[in-house]
Design a protein around this ligand. Structure first.
Ligand code: F0G
Length: 470
């Protein structure tokens, strides 16, 4: 059969409230042109994130009822621990309330001024936690990963030569850790090959540098390995994941992604001394080590979710549905980061809106227009999220200006995606009308969450003047 169906049926539904275009214009203005500040009920299709937004299975809900809420020694913790140990073979497993809590604990211990943390591409919270500790985060993405329209199987790989050069240049003693993000979220949800993980681990071992995995989307990455990397076709996703984790000294994970949970996360590692230090901080900031800021029922939902995520029919449907949206856009030549990623499609705003300069934030402008056009909410992954200022206050732009359309797991059907494609196509046909944005308020860290914007009226004025001159 050609059609890959959603391998589940729907037992419980939530309404979507529809809005008119003029209502959305007002709502976006009230949200200061930052879709993060919209109320979720005013969004028709919410592709802001795949984090904590997925639909849980009937088995997860059943497991929730078994949650053991004991403060210490909860049975739910032991189940959570055994599922993660089966996956990672790591002896020390600490629950946390979400991924960034693991990052905060880890980098407050191993970071600090003068230190470097290297990655294929750090996610924004990971980078922020590194920088807050005083350390510097460095992305060493492979050259293919930097070309949005290039089709290559593993665009999330780390540049191995650049890694060795960096270590030799700064000295191995100054590198706290190498952390590989699988899949590479900020780099387009692109996978990392097993060969690259093996080689990076080898380089790290040679210099005595710990190698960790940011494992938020490990199962999606393993599906790409199975389908794209020679030698893995006949192995189960679980076996591939076990090999992937076998190269790591430790990992952090947000269970809000590839564990189908609405909240939660963990950190796991081999090194006892590091685990002891992490546990000390965990007790102060998250909670006792058998719950780490979570309820027993959350631990159960995560354990069941981790068992479900490695099912191949689910992953085939998941990866296919994102590729399907890409195919709809290909028919119109709409630019997006290729190939489609494991959890999201990333529109290339630089190519979509070539008339908007980077300091007028084309990806934020595109994000706003998607909302106005059809109530679709995506997220800017460009110079609002990753831009910096030079000492003169001039923007140092991000490498790419992308709008990420992230798919919550098991949430939307094919007709929802057809609708999203229609909205994008319609917008593409009227793209020359879209103007840039100017920031009116921002914070020093993670400004994209709360920044406020206003439309850049200079272009509108120029157009008006041109009109008058005619
Ligand atoms: N690492 C990666 C690769 C992530 O994508 C995220 C979260 C985190 C760490 C932090 O985890 O949210 O549980 O604290 N990404 C979400 C997103 C927020 O929308 O991509 P968290």
């Amino acid at each position: 059969m050609k059609t890959i169906i959603e391998p589940f049926r729907i037992k419980s539904v939530e309404p979507i409230f529809l809005t008119s275009r003029s209502e959305r214009e007002q709502l976006l203005q009230d949200a200061h042109f930052n879709p993060f500040l919209l109320r979720a009920k005013d969004v028709t299709i919410d592709l802001l994130t795949d984090s904590g937004t997925g639909a849980m299975s009937s088995n997860q809900w059943a497991a929730i009822m078994r949650g053991d809420e004991s403060y210490a020694g909860s049975e739910s913790f032991y189940r959570f621990e055994s599922v993660i140990r089966n996956l990672t073979a790591m002896p020390f497993i600490l629950p946390v309330h979400q991924g960034r809590a693991a990052e905060k604990i880890l980098f407050s211990i191993i970071g600090g001024p003068g230190k470097y943390v290297l990655s294929n591409t750090l996610f924004d919270t990971t980078r922020a936690n590194i920088e807050v500790s005083g350390a510097t985060g460095v992305d060493l993405l492979c050259p293919e990963g930097k070309q949005p329209s290039l089709i290559a199987p593993f665009k999330g790989n780390m540049d191995e030569a650049a890694l060795e050069n960096f270590i030799n240049d700064k000295g191995a003693g100054n590198i706290s850790m190498v952390i590989m993000t699988v899949t590479n979220n900020s780099g387009g949800g692109q996978p990392v090959s097993m060969a690259n993980i093996r080689n990076v681990k080898k380089i790290c071992s040679g210099y005595g540098i710990p190698f960790f995995i940011d494992a938020c989307r490990f199962a999606e990455n393993c599906y790409f390995i199975k389908t794209r990397e020679p030698g893995f076709q006949d192995r189960s996703i679980l076996e591939i994941a076990q090999e992937l984790f076998s190269y790591a000294d430790g990992c952090t994970m947000s269970a809000k992604k590839d564990a189908f949970a609405n909240i939660g996360g963990f950190m796991a590692m081999h090194n006892k001394a590091l685990a002891d230090e992490c546990r000390n901080v965990l007790i102060i900031t998250e909670g006792f080590p058998t719950y780490g800021g979570l309820a027993g029922r959350d631990l159960e939902a995560i354990a069941t979710g981790l068992e479900e995520i490695v099912q191949e029919d689910y992953l085939a449907y998941r990866i296919r549905s994102i590729a399907y949206l890409g195919e709809q856009l290909d028919k119109e030549g709409i630019p997006y980061l290729k190939p489609t990623g494991g959890h999201a499609l990333y529109l290339d705003a630089k190519a979509f809106l070539p008339h908007i300069p980077v300091d007028k934030y084309p990806a934020q402008a595109l994000c706003c227009q998607l909302y106005i056009e059809g109530g679709v909410r995506g997220v800017e992954i460009g110079s609002v999220m990753f831009g910096k200022y030079d000492p003169d206050g001039k923007l140092i732009p991000a490498a790419n200006e992308l709008v990420r359309l992230a798919f919550p797991r098991r949430m939307y059907t094919q007709s929802h995606l057809d609708y999203v494609a229609e909205v994008i196509v319609q917008l593409y046909h009227s793209r020359s009308r879209i103007t840039g944005l100017i920031i009116t308020e921002e914070t020093p860290y993670l400004r994209h969450f709360t920044a406020k914007f206003k439309p850049d009226t200079t272009k509108i004025l120029q157009d008006d003047l041109q009109h008058i001159a005619l």
